[in-house]
Design a protein around this ligand. Structure first.
Ligand SMILES: [Zn+2]
Length: 260
């Protein structure tokens, strides 16, 4: 039977554990990740929580290379339009497929911790730690783009594949942008296969929510190709022009006694 102080301490420990930020969970593999920076990033990656389960739906049939490819429902119509356009364009060089879609924070942890041959900091260059992946939001997709055989530079060769080139030229028309372009200042590895959905315009259903999720990332490290909304010129009412009162001219003086 625990004493009252012991029970309280246990309760306190449970409370602290439950309140641990995602950042600490991300370090659970080997504890060598740097602490979050002032903008919340860890190893370049912004924090992202899990999407609501009811927002996640199966991707269009036949899209995912794996059977459980799921995405945020808001992107579904645009993704279907993109796939239809890709299917109709011989430049794609085959069917456009999805390698990785929505990944819950828990699954991201498995992905991040898979390769223990490298330190967590080294792994974070190419894989986001759990709680820091755009895939948790349901708005991100890794398209299956294969490099040519014998390619010495995987990213460059993937970007040069017909499917990736088609995406680079066309994905924006369907509301997708490349989150991590080559040489990005975010210091996340170039991922020409990774595209996030933000909608073709702010008026598209669900786009406002998606843009809110990625607001920090988009403001600090714009995607390329990225979706830029045209600048709106707002003309506010003109300030009143100060009027100097003009003195009325003196009334004409009539001379008395002269009538015509
Ligand atoms: Zn990805």
């Amino acid at each position: 039977m625990p004493t009252a102080p012991a029970a309280f301490l246990r309760f306190l420990a449970l409370l602290i554990f439950a309140a641990l930020p995602v950042a600490v969970q991300a370090q659970s593999c080997d504890g060598t990740l740097p602490p979050p920076g002032p903008d919340g990033r860890v190893a370049g990656h912004f924090p992202y929580g899990d999407a609501s389960a009811q927002d996640i739906v199966p991707a269009p049939a036949g899209f995912g290379l794996k059977p459980y490819c799921k995405v945020h429902h808001a992107m579904l119509a645009d993704l279907q339009r993109l796939l239809d356009a890709a299917r109709a364009d011989p430049a794609v060089g085959g069917e456009l497929r999805g390698l990785s879609c929505h990944r819950e924070v828990a699954r991201q942890r498995n992905v991040f911790c898979r390769d223990r041959s490298m330190s967590a900091a080294e792994r974070a260059i190419s894989v986001a730690p759990a709680g820091y992946s755009e895939h948790a939001t349901g708005y991100a997709i890794d398209f299956a783009v294969r490099p040519a055989r014998g390619c010495p530079d995987a990213e460059a060769c993937m970007a040069a594949s017909p499917a990736a080139r088609w995406l680079i030229a066309n994905a924006r028309r369907f509301g997708f942008e490349m989150s991590f372009p080559a040489g990005n200042r975010q210091r996340v590895k170039w991922e020409p296969w990774h595209w996030r959905w933000v909608g073709t315009g702010p008026g598209e259903p669900g786009a406002t929510q998606a843009r809110a999720v990625f607001a920090k990332a988009r403001a600090q490290f714009p995607a390329d190709p990225g979706i830029r909304d045209p600048l709106k010129v707002v003309v506010k009412s003109q300030p009143p022009v100060p009027m100097v009162p003009v003195a009325a001219p003196p009334a004409p003086v009539r001379k008395k006694g002269r009538r015509r």
